[in-house]
Design a protein around this ligand. Sequence first.
Ligand code: NAD
Ligand code: UDX
Length: 465
Amino acid sequence: MTQITKICCIGAGYVGGPTMAMIAKKCPHIKVTVVDLNEQRIAAWNDEDVNKIPVYEPGLSEVVAEARGRNLFFSTEVESAIADAQMVFISVNTPTKTYGAGKGQAADLKWIELCARQIARVAKDNKIIVEKSTLPVRTASAIRDILTHTGNGSQFQILSNPEFLAEGTAVEDLDAPDRVLIGGDSTPEGQIAVQALVDVYANWIPRERILTTNVWSSELSKLTANAFLAQRVSSINSLSELCEKTEADITEVAKAIGTDSRIGPKFLKASVGFGGSCFQKDILNLVYIARSYGLQEVADYWEQVIIMNDHQKKRFANQMIRDLYNTVNGKKISFLGWAFKKDTNDTRESAAIYVADHLLYEQAYISVYDPKVLEDQVYADLDYLGSRTQEENRNGVKVVSDPYEACKGAHAIAVLTEWDEFKNYDWQRIYDSMLKPAKIFDGRNLLDTNKLSDIGFIVQAIGKK
Ligand code: NAD
Ligand code: UDX
């Protein structure tokens, strides 16, 4: 088997949907079927109105519109899609375990194992299985075990092909990635499988950007790439606290550090704390793996990245409380932004959730505006924490669709997501509608502090005096 013409992807989420849409767009000769157990999600991917697809990403609806129905299909018929494909991507969720051994740290591989068993059950011919989900190093050997012991004699090659897209820029990241990583066995069969996947990507990605490694290097590189990125955010955030004490300015410090070509300017933006479905989960997993090999110092080193991030979220909330005269009881606080970063509707692990939770403990009343996050999602995020009853969450938090409404009558505004539109609001109008002194806590260093101060706001931005 060399030329791939039929691909199946299990999991139509934030990774499976966009990655497969891009493959389908760039490879019209390949039929790509994305399957999921979640009927609602598949229905949304198939919605006639392409703007209603379940993942918001700039440019994604255009990519889907081009390929859907031509060579891109979304379906709940998991088994037939697997049976039909020569190459099966596994792109299901791998969240942190919430029970048993490794609770709170290890990756829960339940869904991965289910996929492997399902593939083993339905496969009637040889297939290439591609790990697209982020997985602990050596997961491929577990998948291989399941496939060879429960399969029906079909031969499987297992590749690791982790995804490096970032949400909010998924389409451009997929269109022109820094690199594509493919790990496979060094056996002749393994190398044929690697080449088959290289050939798929080579339809639009320059060959020198397609890196091939052994399976374990590929699996480990994904976890550690995320750990490195998150470490940069925690490093700059740790310095933001020092800046606030010393009158150094974090933006100036970040620029001075980042212009060293050995360090580079990216991922040095101080913030209220990193969020997203990946960073925390992947570092916790790395910490767990290191501990399971007895590498205590390695585990402690990486764990500090998470400890720092938790500290940053908490200290942001505490600073608000302190600056609001040590009580937020009954005070209206407006949240601009709920998503974990701009240009996405994803809220997983968003700092906003934890800041809200902290303020709700202090009996604040929160009004949330986010351009892309729906009301139900905000409540689902708070309910998931289990800090208080659903009714209490709904009494303490209101989600509104108008930013001016969110800010009206508020004692303070917290900027939690760096949505561009926030910069262009009529800030005089907002100031006029707020209680005085009107305070802004800019958790993203997004707004023009001088302009706001001239209007009369008291502004506290991360890493600035
Ligand atoms: P997601 O939760 O958005 O999507 C996963 C989907 O898999 C869900 O829709 C779920 O219903 C489906 N699923 C689970 N088990 C299934 C099964 N047995 N059969 C069919 N469908 C099944 O998750 P995601 O954000 O797309 O992440 C998927 C993987 O990619 C994770 O391992 C994640 O760490 C990794 N990753 C995510 C990102 C990101 O930006 N979100 C980036 C890189 C890598
Ligand atoms: C990350 C990785 O970047 C991506 O390669 C991987 O595939 C998935 O995980 P993602 O979580 O989607 O992507 O977004 P990212 O841009 O990395 O941002 C993560 C968090 O860090 C966000 O909350 C963001 O606001 C925050 N961040 C990022 C900062 O606070 N400062 C920065 O300088 C950069």
